[in-house]
Design a protein around this ligand. Structure first.
Ligand code: FAD
Length: 533
């Protein structure tokens, strides 16, 4: 209902701040389309923040899904150029452990050639020079151009670039209702979950990029988008046991990928259908987690004695095409709702992968631009994200040997350097990920931070071996937070530790258990917290 709400007019409204929505936001903004993006939680808290972070070469799909394989290798090459601050060119190994894997290698090698994916045979001896922990009984190894990507910063950098082009992105803002007038969406109502403000957005076009929630969102827009979300579990180890992406040489199955990501290694994953009501609180079973660890040990026996940091789960936004989980192609789908007697200015975009987000965004924005009569070309395949090393400002001499500042520059780009200019001293807040007070101040000032966990997504605070035990408390003393009332700070800290705890509790043994005991002593000493069941 229209009332006293604030009103915004825009050419394009994007619903969902995962990689897909963020990519469309950047693309549209660079073409000069007036755009508003709304995200019900923080950016990249949906599937885009809950995946393996594998920059696929396409090899995983080459045998069964060559369309996806070609999409992957095209985007792999582009992202290594335009997103070097969030992508690591690790390379990947496909490993055969038994005769069945060897049989698969005879299918894989010609399929790699057909999809244009560079590959070479590697001896165990040379592979073990880089990867000493590989199983000694490996029978065959193929090297492919896989890599790893920080999914949080990938999405957030796209959002920031769109904002730098004058457009608006709102986190913690949910689409709850809409009104249809003469066959089109007239307005969409959103609610800001922090101040309960309601806003009516009047868009010319709406893109539903709400991932596995696409059907629920479509319902609020008087449309349908049938989905079949499929959940996958991942386990994080406390350091980089491997430096390449390690894939088992077989048809995609459970527990057959290990990805090195920044300071940790991630094992994954599983596939099982989940219902919509489970999407906001996905729950892995202890059996799924143990199976993951056991499967990974077959590739890298060292995992048997490594410390597990935590586990997490995500839901693949797969459209319902009558198949389930791994049977569904990983290429993407755009639905023009107007073609099916639903609102004529509404599109939904689902499926695909994190690492094909840019291509998905380009196709979607092409359609919107054509409808709007906008003739500007897509520039996201060539323009760097974010600009790095183009700044005329240099790291101040006094901070030149400061590794934390260099890491901050790598993570945040030129604008971080511009902000810290003139700063004389900094200190490390997080030793695991080398994060300084300067970087935290920077994201607090520039990134619409509402919670401690929002800082984590932008800097990796709390993602390393201590899982935030020390740095979360220290962050409370950073000026942007220090001034807030004690109760608010304690709530922020509780949210942060609860979120970490959900992932830690199923891997509580050995050193992980010791770390948690230490965290409990610390928090009970400072805040009087007690252990809860
Ligand atoms: C276990 C697993 C492992 C994977 N591994 C990889 C990998 O290694 N490499 C790879 O490339 N891909 C991988 N993927 C796939 C990839 O993660 C997804 O395809 C991609 O992240 C989907 O992004 P998205 O933006 O479409 O959806 P999401 O990231 O889910 O974004 C949708 C957003 O919409 C928001 N939203 C929902 N409803 C509303 C509403 N009413 N109002 C406002 N906002 C709303 C949600 O909060 C969410 O943030 C993996 C997926 C899974 C599940």
């Amino acid at each position: 209902m229209e009332g006293h709400q604030k009103k915004i007019e825009t050419q394009l409204l994007i619903i969902g701040g995962g990689a897909t929505g963020a990519g469309i936001f950047r693309d549209a903004a660079k073409r000069g389309i007036s755009t508003v993006l709304v995200e019900k939680k923080d950016f990249a808290t949906g599937t885009s923040g809950r995946n393996h972070g594998l920059l696929h070469s396409g090899a995983r799909y080459a045998v069964k899904d060559p369309v996806s394989a070609k999409e992957c290798i095209t985007e792999n090459t582009i992202l290594k150029k335009i997103a070097s601050s969030v992508v690591e060119d690790t390379g990947g190994f496909f490993i055969a452990l038994d005769d069945s894997d060897l049989g698969y290698s005879e299918l894989l090698i010609p399929a790699l050639g057909k999809s244009g994916i560079a590959h070479e045979e590697v001896t165990l001896e040379s592979a073990r020079r880089d990867e000493p922990h590989l199983h000694s009984g490996v029978k065959r190894i193929i090297r492919v151009p896989d890599g790893s990507v920080d999914p949080f910063r990938l999405a957030i950098m796209n959002i920031k670039d769109g904002e730098a082009h004058g457009q608006t992105a709102m986190n913690y803002t949910e689409v709850v209702d809409s009104r249809i007038h003469e066959g089109a969406i007239e307005w969409v109502k959103v609610i800001n979950h922090f101040n309960n403000e309601e806003i009516l957005i009047y868009p010319e076009f709406v893109v539903n990029a709400s991932g596995p929630w696409a059907d629920v969102t479509a319902g609020r827009l008087y449309a349908t988008m049938k989905m079949k979300p499929s959940m996958g579990v991942m386990v994080i180890l406390d350091h980089r046991v491997v430096n390449h992406v390690i894939n088992r040489m077989r048809m995609p199955a459970d527990g057959d990928i290990i990805v090195p990501g920044d300071t940790v290694s991630i094992i994954g994953t599983t596939s099982r259908p989940v219902e919509y009501h489970e999407l906001d609180q996905l729950k892995a079973t202890p059996e799924e987690i143990y199976r993951m660890i056991q499967d990974a040990e077959k590739l890298v026996p060292r995992f048997a004695t490594s410390r597990m940091l935590r586990h997490y789960s995500g839901a693949r936004p797969l459209p319902d095409v009558g198949k389930s989980g791994r049977e569904v192609s990983r290429n993407f789908l755009i639905k023009d709702h107007g073609q099916e007697n639903e609102p004529r200015n509404l599109f939904s975009i689902t499926g695909g992968k994190l690492m094909t987000y840019r291509q998905m965004a380009e196709k979607m924005t092409d359609i919107i631009a054509t409808r709007l009569g906008n003739q500007n070309n897509c520039r996201t395949a060539t323009d760097e994200l974010p600009p790095i090393k183009k700044s005329k400002i240099k790291i101040p001499d006094i901070l030149k040997n400061n590794y934390g500042i260099q890491q901050g520059y790598q993570r945040q780009g030129d604008s971080f350097l511009e902000k810290i200019h003139g700063k004389k001293d900094t200190f490390l807040v997080c030793e695991c990920e080398m994060i300084t007070n300067a970087e935290i101040e920077y994201v607090l000032e520039t990134n619409n931070i509402k919670k401690l966990t929002d800082i984590r997504r932008r800097t990796r605070l709390g993602m390393g071996p201590c899982q935030g035990t020390l740095c979360s408390v220290r962050t409370m003393e950073i000026s942007g937070i220090k001034e807030r009332p004690f109760g608010e700070k304690e709530t922020m800290l509780r949210d942060f530790t609860q979120e970490r705890w959900r992932g830690v509790r199923h891997v509580l043994w050995g050193d992980t258990l010791r770390n948690e005991e230490f965290a409990l002593w610390l928090y009970s000493g400072i805040f009087g917290w007690k252990a809860e069941k």
